[in-house]
Design a protein around this ligand. Structure first.
Ligand code: FAD
Length: 311
């Protein structure tokens, strides 16, 4: 059995496992892969103190840093079921998808999230070649260029406002007949001269020249007619889904969106169970934030372990 078990091998989980191992705890990390979403990223320009790096390189560095410590890496596995401890200081049980049952006195849940995709032709093909999901990450790559934002909820309209300050032109495309974002955000967006808003519009294809994105095809849902927008970038903002399906009905508090509720110390409602990164309620889903939150949750687990004797 472990004193601390981390679930998920992205930046949050990697940071948590290193912090815990450095406290001398018997630490494990159960992960499908080390790196998480970072492995799906190309250029990274906002990993502070590193002007430029690439996802696979940063993921390899996470892997190497974990290997510096006595951390049991259980990989490739996915956690399938959580049975929380029944007493303070007791063991939680995590069942893995290979059938193994792992016990630990404290847990750090760091299973991250995934962007909801449009599922239209061209989207997957041109990911990192014009199709992007994170305006904070990739907005500056499109300085002065033309982009579309798909999705008229708060995240889509916030992204469009953010991008309107940086890029040449933004077309916001909403499937519904109206935007769903807060009115104050809609008003702000409409104040930009370089923004067009299309509603009742279904994106049907992302087009490219084989190398990078050059346009987008959308259908007017009222008339059924299709039109093309020439552009260099497409930001898909139709939802970020936490990887927490396996945590439903365990007694762990989740929001209606499936995010794990944590306090300012990364503690959940279950004693000895902590969480960090994109899977939680902590706002702004970024690498540096996930690493900071993972470190914080690990220090909170340390506090818990030294205050509660094993039972
Ligand atoms: P994740 O990175 O999502 O890692 C969680 C891991 O846990 C994943 O491997 C997941 O598959 C795994 N997992 C899920 N369920 C289970 C389970 N049941 N059992 C075991 N493992 C499980 N951020 C930046 O700061 N800068 C950028 O430039 C940037 N660019 C990005 C580009 C793209 C294309 C994407 C998708 C994201 C980008 N981000 C960027 C966001 C950043 O990658 C995330 O905020 C960060 O990786 C979150 O870290 P995390 O550890 O919380 O979760």
């Amino acid at each position: 059995p472990f004193e601390a078990l981390v679930i998920g091998g992205g930046p949050a989980g990697a940071a948590a496992s290193i912090y815990l191992a450095r406290k001398g705890f018997r630490t494990g990390i159960a992960a499908d892969r080390i790196g998480g979403q970072v492995l799906d990223t190309m250029g990274i320009e906002n990993f502070i103190a590193t002007s430029y790096t690439e996802g696979p390189k940063l993921a390899a560095q996470l892997d190497a840093h974990i290997a510096d410590y006595d951390i049991d890496v259980l990989k490739p596995v996915r956690a399938a079921k959580l049975t929380p401890a029944t007493e303070l200081g007791g063991y939680h049980t995590v069942e893995l998808d290979n059938g193994a049952q792992v016990k630990a006195r404290s847990l750090i849940l760091a299973t991250g999230a995934r962007w909801r995709s449009l599922g239209v032709p061209g989207e997957a093909e041109y990911q990192n070649k014009g199709v992007a999901y994170c305006p904070h990450c990739d907005g500056p790559l499109f300085k002065g260029k033309r982009v579309a934002v798909i999705g008229g909820g708060n995240s889509g309209v916030e992204a469009a406002i953010d991008l309107a300050n940086i890029v040449g032109h933004v077309t916001l495309i909403e499937f519904d007949t109206q935007l769903r974002a807060d009115q104050v955000l809609q008003d702000k967006l409409r104040s930009f001269a370089n923004v067009d808003i299309l509603t009742n519009a279904q994106t049907t294809q992302v087009t490219g020249d084989g190398d990078k994105v050059n346009g987008l095809v959308w259908k007017d849902r009222a008339s059924g007619e299709e039109a093309t927008v020439a552009l260099e970038g497409v930001f898909v903002q139709i939802g970020l889904i936490p990887n927490t399906e396996w945590l439903k009905d365990t007694g762990l508090d989740l929001t209606k969106f499936g995010e794990i509720k944590v306090d300012e110390r990364g503690a959940t409602n279950l004693p000895g169970v902590f969480a960090a990164g994109d899977a939680t309620t902590v706002p702004y889903k970024q690498i540096v934030i996930a690493m900071g939150e993972g470190s914080k949750a690990a220090l909170s687990a340390f506090d818990y372990l030294i205050r509660n004797e094993p039972v």
